[in-house]
Design a protein around this ligand. Structure first.
Ligand code: GDP
Ligand code: MG
Length: 422
């Protein structure tokens, strides 16, 4: 199987939950090509002699040299079992695209970076210092090495001037080793067969150093891979723990709220029950059941008084229940149950109906276990459908799917790691 066919689907599982790790994953993808030649690239401002340095190192004019901006994309050349990558210069005025290519060379492809600075420019400017600092920090983390090459030293008037520039740069970057070179001297030395000039060019010494550093590339790559996997893994573990805590907190809230709703409603129903007992426990004939005659129209009959009493008691019960529902955000009906009459679209109407109840209704609904259970069940049904509870359920589902995605990412990372060490 093509290694990328193995790598890419797994990497996208990781990327899905850790988008900020895109670069690390891209670098791991490069590192997954285990037998790829060690890659050497140049970094520095334009016109400092990067392309020409590479030409001298590989011994052929393969990279374009110019006084104006020449290298705009990456160009590569294979020589001496190394992959040489020439990159555009990094400058404040550089078009973003060139910069992107240079960044890719430095961060994505390079095993070894040659930081190029022309001696005649004197000290490092702010951008160079910052970049050099970043590269040195990266070297501590990934063991990818950066060699500082002071180029065009033939343009120094004498040794003293060179020493001054070197000292100034060393003062800017503590502990930095400088490798002075002159491409011109090297070329003249090669062409004229002058060994002394060749040696004085600094190129053979740099080549020898490079050979040493190249020897360390396989171990450095292994180290870098381990570091990247460990860092991504740690992030995923942290995310996993956070998602888990979030899910647990939501679930706890859901349980608590439901318990409060249920227990509260239970005690409301209980006190309604107590309130209604004197009314429903009437012995003997029920005057409320005696219908009025036409002659009773303007008279207060025992039947009317009793029905009013029942009605008031029922209203009290409804008010108590409604207060509880409002407190828990259970008021309106879910969207798919709404009618064209807004005042009817309440949970109270849906559960209780709108008709006035007789004594037997009151007893059945509020004073018998089956009726109470029925009320409890109906209100719990609408409780679950209330906006707050729906939102909570959604948040729970979201937290759960985050957890699942994270778990998949952790498994994918594990497989990538196994693939890397297989
Ligand atoms: N005198 C001298 N000129 C150099 C040296 N190296 C490069 N140059 C000149 O500096 C200019 C820029 O070189 P180039 O390699 O294209 O720089 P880059 O933009 O950093 O790749 C060209 O004119 C080169 O000939 C050197 O060692 N000595
Ligand atoms: Mg160039």
């Amino acid at each position: 199987m093509n290694p990328q066919d193995f790598f890419d689907p797994l990497a996208s599982e990781v990327l899905a939950v850790a988008p900020t790790r895109a670069h690390d994953l891209a670098r791991l993808r490069v590192l997954a090509q285990r037998h790829a030649a060690p890659t050497v690239t140049v970094v520095g401002k334009y016109n400092h002699g990067k392309s020409r340095l590479l030409n001298e190192l590989v011994g052929r004019d393969v990279f374009a040299v110019a006084d104006r901006r020449q290298t705009v994309t990456l160009s590569e050349h294979h020589h001496a079992e190394l992959r040489w990558l020439d990159a555009p210069g990094l400058d404040a005025d550089v078009a973003e695209q060139d910069d992107g290519h240079a960044q890719q060379a430095i961060w994505l492809h390079a095993d070894i970076r040659l930081f190029v600075h022309a001696a005649k420019e004197g000290e490092l400017d702010a951008a160079e210092r910052k970049l050099l600092q970043t590269l040195r920090e990266d070297q501590l983390r990934t063991r990818r090495q950066t060699l500082f090459v002071l180029t065009q030293v033939d343009q120094m008037s004498d040794e003293e001037q060179l020493a001054k520039v070197s000292a100034a740069i060393e003062a800017q970057a503590h502990g930095l080793a400088l490798h002075p070179v002159s491409a011109t001297r090297h070329r003249n030395g090669v062409e004229g067969g002058k060994q002394l000039l060749l040696n004085k060019s600094g190129i053979p010494a740099l080549q020898a150093l490079l050979r040493e550093v190249v020897q360390q590339v396989p171990a450095a790559r292994q180290h870098e891979q381990a570091v990247l996997f460990a860092d991504i893994g740690e992030q995923l573990q942290q995310q996993q723990a956070a998602a888990q805590a979030q899910w647990q907190a939501l679930q706890q809230r859901q349980q608590q709220q439901r318990q409060q709703f249920e227990q509260g409603l239970q005690s409301v129903l209980e006190s309604i029950h107590q309130d209604l007992l004197p009314i429903v426990e009437l012995q003997g004939e029920d005057p409320a059941l005696t219908p009025d005659t036409a002659a009773d129209e303007f008279r207060l009959t025992a039947g009317k008084r009793e029905r009013a009493r029942i009605h008031v008691a029922y209203s009290r019960a409804c008010i108590a229940i409604r207060a509880h529902l409002i407190q828990h955000g259970v008021e309106g009906l879910p969207a798919d149950q709404r009618t064209s009459v807004a005042s009817l679209d309440t949970v109270m109407v849906a559960v209780m109906g709108i008709s006035v109840k007789y004594r037997a209704d009151l007893r059945r609904r509020f004073c018998e276990p089956a009726g109470q259970a029925q009320l409890m069940q109906s209100f719990l049904h609408y409780y679950e459908l209330s906006e707050d509870q729906q939102a909570l359920q959604q948040a729970l589902a979201q937290a759960q799917s985050e957890q699942q995605a994270n778990t998949r990412a952790l498994e994918a990372l594990q497989r990538l790691r196994q693939g890397a060490s297989a």
